[in-house]
Design a protein around this ligand. Sequence first.
Ligand code: ATP
Length: 125
Amino acid sequence: MNSGGSALSLRRWWRSVGFAWAGVAHTYRSQPNFRIEVWAAVTALGLTVLLRAPLAPIALCCALVLSLELVNTALEAAVDLASLERHPLARAAKDAAAGAVLVASGGALLVGVSVLGGALWSRLT
Ligand SMILES: Nc1ncnc2c1ncn2[C@@H]1O[C@H](COP(=O)(O)OP(=O)(O)OP(=O)(O)O)[C@@H](O)[C@H]1O
């Protein structure tokens, strides 16, 4: 058994988690849209628990939107690092990444309304 090797890979994994968390924290600090999405996700998850609605579709949608916003931020940084000059390909890349967030947000909104809408309506009426 190679316990030294597994301790090392666990430490390496933990270090990678630290880098990933630094990426999430940096995006939270630098991207107002990400902050809005985080608090929208917290609200949606809280409502889901409160209304005893199915958690899986809401959690999946929250994770999808937040993940795509992180990828969008990564792509923006990579494009700006490659060149700060205006270029049609830079615009295409950034617009497509922003479009991915928009599409996921639209889908998440539909899922949110269909899963939570009925339960919320009957609580309020
Ligand atoms: N180098 C560039 N060349 C051409 N167009 C660009 C370039 N950089 C940004 N743009 C255009 O400006 C838009 C906004 O880009 P910017 O990098 O400012 O993102 P942002 O406003 O932070 O977007 P988000 O709200 O998604 O974080 C892009 O979607 C793109 O249409």
